[in-house]
Design a protein around this ligand. Sequence first.
Ligand code: ATP
Length: 193
Amino acid sequence: MRIKRLRLAGFKSFVEPADLVIREGLTGVVGPNGCGKSNLLEALRWAMGEGSAKSLRGAGMDDVIFAGTATRPPRDFAEVSILIERADDTETEVVRRIERGAGSAYRIDGRDVRARDVGLLFADAATGAHSPALVSQNRIGAVIAAKPADRRQMLEEAAGIAGLHVRRRDAEMRLRATEANLARLDEVLADQG
Ligand code: ATP
């Protein structure tokens, strides 16, 4: 999976719509302090499903919405879109949008989806919101100091098997529900017999 394009509107300092085409190879983002370089990475992590405001350097989820300046009023919503190219060359667009006071919603290729659908999509591709592939300045120390169990989780995410754990838990829950139904059926049959 490759990220081909990143579009932002009203996200943190990106008050005007911004459209970034990410070409193959190494991409560098340069600019003076405070110009919004880290906000770009945060936009990526946010659209990939990051749910923690703290890890996006804010107090609440609405803090990702442009808060206004001395000369510009605040915005009521923020939207980030990621265009990805999959291994089979097809393209998929993931959009996350947040309205002030109303929470956020996701779309994949125009369809409304749940946060966990987006989580699974990126977990399978080994580039989830918490993926070690996106290492923010304040996490470098954490990667080095991680306990073995936490480092194992990071490696599993990097290897793309984090999504399998979620699916396994889902399958186990369905199995338990089916076993309970079978037990109930046995009781009913025994009563009738
Ligand atoms: P540095 O090189 O210092 O790390 P940077 O280029 O990575 O800087 P960022 O940290 O991405 O810059 O951007 C910080 C800027 O974003 C600050 O000017 C801050 O005021 C602005 N900013 C953050 N959140 C919002 C928001 N919700 N509304 C408006 N501006 C915001």
